[in-house]
Write a protein that binds this ligand. Structure first.
Ligand code: 3NM
Length: 218
């Protein structure tokens, strides 16, 4: 995928799915990835905290062909060097994972860089520092990142006006059908959903539902 294709897909993206080793065992990686892709996730990330590099590599190598076939960007959480080696479309980094320009030097100009942000200030800084997209959250308390205080919905509209207008900004954290309308009403246009999708009995159907709601409420 060229950088232009990656950027165009990102610009159109509304739902970002994460295959998170906290919820998915190694043997289910492919089925879960397929469920997210078939349900209409616009971007797929592999997130594997506290997992050995060889297991991460194997999971990524299994996921990448599926994402390629679906023409959906594959993003690796952390590990910029491995992302380059695997030919990932992007790398996602947290606030403590170094400066964006340093990661840019590692991954080159062709790869998307995403940054987790937890306040309006961090969101603006990530944009100025050259992130291609941001995650903004957590909007609600979440078991996936336990202990992190929720930002609250008032910040969403401010972030969309200042940052979301200029780059893809995905709201994240505790998002599920019960609060989806609430976040859309607060101004969210794109989101990342992890535990709700990954613990759904039918991942494809759950993904399709969230996506349809986002599209119906632009
Ligand atoms: N990052 P769920 S919140 C991975 O605020 C992640 O940066 C967050 O999972 C952030 O949809 C979060 O299960 C967890 O709440 C998202």
């Amino acid at each position: 995928m060229t950088l232009d294709q990656r950027r165009n897909l990102l610009a159109e993206a509304v739902l970002y799915g994460i295959v998170d080793f906290g919820y998915v065992s190694e043997k289910d990686i492919l089925a879960v990835t397929r469920g997210l892709l078939d349900g209409g996730a616009d971007i797929i990330q592999l997130r594997a905290k506290g997992i050995g590099l060889e297991t991460i590599r194997a999971a990524a190598e299994a996921m990448i062909p599926l994402c390629k076939a679906a023409k959906i960007p594959f993003v690796l959480n952390d590990f910029p060097d491995l992302a380059v080696e695997l030919g990932a479309d992007g790398v996602h980094i947290g606030q403590d994972d170094g400066k964006i320009f340093e990661v840019r030097e590692q991954v080159g100009e062709e790869m998307l860089i995403g940054r987790s942000t937890h306040s309006l200030e961090q969101a603006e800084k990530a944009m100025l520092d050259g992130a291609d997209y941001i995650g903004f959250g957590p909007l609600f308390p979440t078991p996936t990142k336990a202990g992190r205080p929720a930002i609250g919905l008032e910040e969403v509209a401010k972030m969309e006006a200042k940052v979301g207008k200029h780059l893809a900004a995905f709201c994240i954290g505790g998002i599920k059908p019960e609060n989806l309308r609430q976040i859309i009403h607060a101004g969210a246009r794109r989101c990342v959903v992890v535990s709700y999708l990954l613990t759904s009995p039918d991942i494809c159907r759950a993904t399709r539902f969230i996506r349809a709601e986002l599209e119906a409420n632009p």
